[in-house]
Design a protein around this ligand. Structure first.
Ligand SMILES: O=C(O)C(=O)C[C@]1(C(=O)O)C=C[C@@H](O)C=C1
Length: 115
């Protein structure tokens, strides 16, 4: 049986926090930010593992950097950002930098394991 999401070791638990709209102090705000950052780290670590998979699966080093796919990813993120209430002024640069760093990771993995 092939590995699927049910086998993934990642569980994203978000620690106790006060909802942003209910915060009355900066301590509550920062507790919420820190809790969400820990959850984001967990999700980004799993995203990074997909780069390892891509480096294993892609047929050639020349397709690690894929401009058409980058634009596809960014447009899907922006389409999701609107309904979620995430500003595109945050989402677009964050994801472009994330993808840039993921490509660097994918190249490092490819070169370490395939060349
Ligand atoms: O979709 C891919 O081909 C990936 O390897 C993922 C990813 C990304 O970070 O989203 C990384 C490298 C590619 O240039 C495009 C997108």
């Amino acid at each position: 049986m092939s590995a699927d999401l049910n086998d993934a070791p990642v569980t994203v638990a978000i620690d106790a926090r006060v909802a942003p709209e209910a915060c009355q102090s900066m301590a509550e705000v920062r507790q919420g930010v820190d809790a969400l950052d820990r959850a984001l780290v967990t999700l980004l670590a799993e995203r990074q593992r997909y780069m390892d998979a891509a480096a294993r699966i892609k047929p050639d080093r020349s397709v690690v950097h894929d401009d058409a796919r980058i634009e596809d990813v960014v447009s899907k993120v922006l389409a999701a950002a609107g309904p979620a209430g995430l500003s595109p002024a945050i989402a677009e640069p964050v994801w472009r930098l994330l993808i840039d760093r993921c490509i660097a990771h994918e190249f490092e993995t490819f070169d370490r394991t395939r060349t």
